[in-house]
Design a protein around this ligand. Structure first.
Ligand SMILES: C[S@@+](CC[C@H](N)C(=O)[O-])C[C@H]1O[C@@H](n2cnc3c(N)ncnc32)[C@H](O)[C@@H]1O
Length: 225
């Protein structure tokens, strides 16, 4: 019975590895566009973080260039296919990287030990976004900031929204669970953080289904009574 289970799992594993490699290639292909849209914002926020930063779902390492050289980054990345390119990117930008093959819902980082937490294009693909936000809040030092960028559901009754509805299932399959119609702004505003600042951005170009994005910070109060 055990053997049957093993034999049956092999094709699925192969398929998901292939899909993961495809996802990694697509992330790399979209990196320049991402830098063009978000480079300035990322430089300002990520570049200002010092000490130990936890990045949830860093993928192939698109954010590595924004850290100050020497920053200690704990990378919570469940997909091992991402690990080699992530290490390469960290080495290129002199980031002190510690990869942990875990999901963001249960992070092996001590309470109130992180100076900053980052999640870009993350909450669209996790099973329980609220739990991930609770973990980010738990590990942040008082006064610490969670920086996020997320693609979100386009406004109702727009062409973009129709396209999202049509592509919802294939997109979720190709991108290992990524859902393009999530209301992530409401999710973050309803989360555990004390101050949430969000800018909604229509990128005005690129793939219609990920054109509407949010960027911002969620801050943990300086002291929790
Ligand atoms: C769309 S990619 C974004 C990669 C990168 N952050 C960026 O901005 O391009 C999502 C990443 O989150 C990772 N991921 C998926 N589920 C996760 C989870 N539960 N916790 C942490 N990371 C997760 C995926 O493996 C993938 O590397």
């Amino acid at each position: 019975m055990c053997l049957v289970g093993m034999v049956r799992r092999v094709p699925n594993l192969t398929k998901s590895k292939r899909r993961s490699r495809f996802e990694a290639r697509l992330l790399d292909a979209g990196a320049e566009d991402s830098h063009a849209t978000w480079g300035e914002r990322k430089s300002a926020v990520i570049g200002a973080m010092r000490g130990t930063v936890v990045e949830l779902g860093p993928g192939t390492g698109v954010n590595m260039r924004y850290y100050q050289a020497g920053t200690r980054v704990i990378a919570i990345e469940p997909n091992p296919v991402m690990h080699a390119p992530l290490q390469t990117a960290a080495a290129e930008y002199d980031v002190d990287l510690d990869i942990r093959q875990l999901g963001g819902a249960e992070v092996d980082v001590a309470d109130e030990s992180a100076d900053g937490v980052i999640g870009t294009l993350l909450l669209c693909g996790v099973d329980d976004p609220q739990q991930v936000l609770r973990e980010a809040h738990r590990i942040l030092k008082p006064g610490g900031v969670y920086f996020f960028i997320e693609h979100v559901a386009s406004p109702a009754r727009t062409v973009n929204r129709c396209v999202q509805q049509v592509l919802f299932r294939p997109h979720r399959w190709i991108f290992n669970g990524c859902e393009i119609t999530r209301d992530t702004e409401a999710c973050i505003r309803g989360g555990p953080f004390d101050v949430v600042e969000i800018d909604a951005v229509d990128r005005g170009r690129g793939a219609l289904w990920v054109r509407h994005q949010i960027v911002g910070t969620a801050t943990k109060a300086a002291s929790h009574g």
